[in-house]
Write a protein that binds this ligand. Structure first.
Ligand SMILES: NC(=O)c1ccc[n+]([C@@H]2O[C@H](COP(=O)([O-])OP(=O)(O)OC[C@H]3O[C@@H](n4cnc5c(N)ncnc54)[C@H](OP(=O)(O)O)[C@@H]3O)[C@@H](O)[C@H]2O)c1
Length: 277
């Protein structure tokens, strides 16, 4: 049996795990007007259940027959807890469409653990917490176009979505946007520290560095030009930006950075092998 509800407001959503990512997704849905009464969360940790109940959602400490009419199950447990959670819930959610946000767990493993082919795998990132996330998505062949639309409605409040045609591309999504916020924070740390070393206060350096990332990202998004062209425009030969980019090039930063992203992609692949057992 497959579900017949294809608009989100008629659906019953069940989150397995009520931590950070579940809170980002369900918080976005409630802010966009979804009734909290249509959302259920299975969460073993009592303090987390209390925090979620304050939002008006139903909570359960363990799966029960309450789940049998779930339209969408959203798997938001840590990768290492997924197999156990699947074993606990499997009997209660055979008719549901499944959405996993767990990093690294391949859909073959999920299909095997749940005995279902209606699985979408997502790779979100933390700016989802403020509605500015980037989420990569892959759908197995058992997922219909209507199912994909439903999943898009579930995740759109968290930011932008990008469907990929082949599951291994989710490892690239992990390397670029999944881990990506940490690279930005890494550069921010260095820029803020440099500003302080040059005599600015920490809050002045923070404002300038964070605002520059925000402004440059907005410019790159609004412009038809590539980031390379935008960079060349602000780099006059012999000028200050030129001095900085020459120092970066001499140290090989661009190729080191690409190497770092490849390391993230390979690690995502390894984690898939490790957790899928
Ligand atoms: N946070 C991110 O930025 C981010 C980004 C991309 C992907 N993800 C993925 O999203 C998933 C969730 O991450 P998170 O940061 O939200 O983790 P989290 O805050 O630790 O939330 C996971 C929750 O699931 C609960 N849980 C554990 N076993 C369970 C079970 N059998 N049944 C029901 N609930 C169970 C945990 O409870 P206990 O604490 O009591 O164990 C915890 O409250 C992970 O797989 C992660 O890879 C997260």
């Amino acid at each position: 049996m497959t579900h017949t509800n294809n608009t989100l407001n008629q659906c019953k959503l069940v989150f397995v795990g009520g931590g950070n990512m579940a809170s980002a997704i369900l918080g976005g849905l409630i802010r966009q007007g979804m009734s909290a009464q249509r959302i259920w969360v299975i969460e073993p940790f009592e303090q987390s259940r209390q925090r979620l109940e304050a939002l008006g959602v139903h909570t359960l400490s363990a799966p029960s027959a309450d789940l049998q009419d779930a339209d969408v199950m959203i798997w938001a447990v840590k990768p290492q807890s997924f197999h156990e959670a699947a074993q606990q819930n499997r009997a209660f959610c055979q008719q549901a469409l499944h959405l996993s946000v767990a990093a690294g767990i391949r859909s073959d493993s999920i299909a095997h653990w749940l005995g279902s082919e209606r699985i979408v795998r997502a790779m979100p990132n933390t700016p989802a917490l403020v509605g500015l996330g980037q989420t990569g998505l892959f759908a197995r062949t058992g997922v219909t176009p209507a199912d994909k639309q439903l999943i898009a409605q579930v995740l759109e409040p968290t930011g932008q979505l990008l469907w990929v045609a082949h599951e291994p591309l989710l490892d690239a999504v992990t390397a670029i946007s999944g881990s990506g916020p940490a690279y930005v924070f890494y550069f921010l740390e260095a820029m803020i520290q440099a500003g302080v070393d040059m005599g600015l206060s920490a809050s002045q350096a923070h404002q300038l560095a964070v605002g520059t990332f925000e402004g440059a990202s907005a410019l790159a998004k609004a412009s038809d030009e590539s980031p390379h062209v935008l960079r060349e425009r602000v780099t006059s030969k012999g000028g200050t930006t030129y001095a900085a980019t020459c120092a970066l090039d001499e140290a090989g930063v661009q190729s080191l950075f690409k190497h770092a992203l490849e390391a993230a992609r390979l690690r995502a692949q390894e984690l898939g092998d490790e957790f899928g057992k």
